[in-house]
Design a protein around this ligand. Structure first.
Ligand code: SF4
Ligand code: SF4
Length: 207
C-alpha cells in the first residue's frame, strides 16, 4: 500500500525543479546570432606567418607534421632558388614549404604543431567556425592558411628585402631597404589580400 507521500507528493515533486528554474537567469548563448569573443589564447584555425617583407616564415621542415598526433598536417618542402632558372625565393632560408595542408576533419586543435615549429611560422588564431558540408573544403591549403600581405609586404617570390645581412633580418633589426634593393611596393594582389584580411578581422569581431 503506497504511503500518502508516494501518492500525492512524489508525482508533483519534479515540477518544483521546473518552477524554480522559471525564475532563474537564462544562460543559453544565442550562437550564431550573437558571437562572443573567445579567450585570448583559444586554439583556433592555424595561420602561416610572414616576415615583415612578405617572405614566408615556413621553411618546409615538416616538424609540425611529425608532432601532430592526428596526422592532420601534410608538408612538402622545396629549395629556394635565387637564380633566373628557379621558381624564386619564398622564404629567407634554404627551403620553403611548397605544399602545406591541414585537414580540419582530423585536427583536434591541440597546438602541438605550433610548439614544434622552429620559426614561429605556424600559430593559431581565435577563429573557431570550422564546419562545412564536404570533406574537400575542410582540407585547408597554403593559400588559405597564409597570413594576408600587410602594408610594406610584397608577395613572394622575391629576394630578402630587409637588413644588411641575414643576422639583421633574423634579429628583426630591419632598416629601410638598401638603395640597391628594389623598392617596396604594394601590388594589386597584395591590396586584395589586405582587404581580405581586414574582412576576416571584421568577421572575427562580429563573433
Ligand atoms: S593542432 Fe594538434 S591535431 Fe591540429 S594540426 Fe596541430 S598538432 Fe595536429
Ligand atoms: S610550419 Fe614550422 S614546423 Fe611546419 S614545416 Fe613550416 S617551419 Fe617547419
Amino acid at each position: 500500500m503506497p504511503t500518502l507521500k508516494e501518492q500525492f507528493w512524489d508525482p508533483v515533486a519534479g515540477f518544483g525543479v521546473t518552477f524554480r528554474t522559471m525564475f532563474k537567469k537564462v544562460v543559453t548563448e544565442q550562437y550564431p546570432f550573437e558571437k562572443l569573443p573567445t579567450a585570448p589564447r583559444f586554439h583556433g584555425r592555424h595561420q602561416l606567418n610572414r616576415w615583415p617583407d612578405g617572405l614566408e616564415k615556413c621553411i618546409g621542415c615538416e616538424l609540425c607534421a611529425w608532432a601532430c598526433p592526428a596526422d592532420a598536417i601534410y608538408v612538402e618542402g622545396a629549395s629556394n632558388t635565387d637564380g633566373p632558372d628557379g621558381d624564386g625565393r619564398f622564404s629567407p632560408g634554404e627551403r620553403y614549404g611548397r605544399v602545406y595542408q591541414i585537414n580540419y576533419l582530423r585536427c583536434i586543435l591541440c597546438g602541438l604543431c605550433i610548439e614544434a615549429c622552429p620559426t614561429r611560422a605556424l600559430t593559431m588564431t581565435n577563429e573557431y567556425e570550422l564546419a562545412d558540408d564536404n570533406r574537400a573544403d575542410l582540407i585547408y591549403t597554403k593559400n588559405e592558411l597564409l597570413a594576408p600581405l600587410l602594408p610594406g609586404m610584397e608577395r613572394p617570390p622575391h629576394a630578402m628585402r630587409l637588413g644588411d645581412d641575414e643576422g639583421d633580418y633574423y634579429r628583426g633589426q630591419f632598416k629601410q631597404p638598401a638603395a640597391e634593393q628594389p623598392e617596396f611596393h604594394l601590388e594589386e594582389s597584395a591590396l586584395r589580400d589586405l582587404a581580405q584580411g581586414e574582412q576576416l578581422v571584421e568577421d572575427g569581431d562580429q563573433r
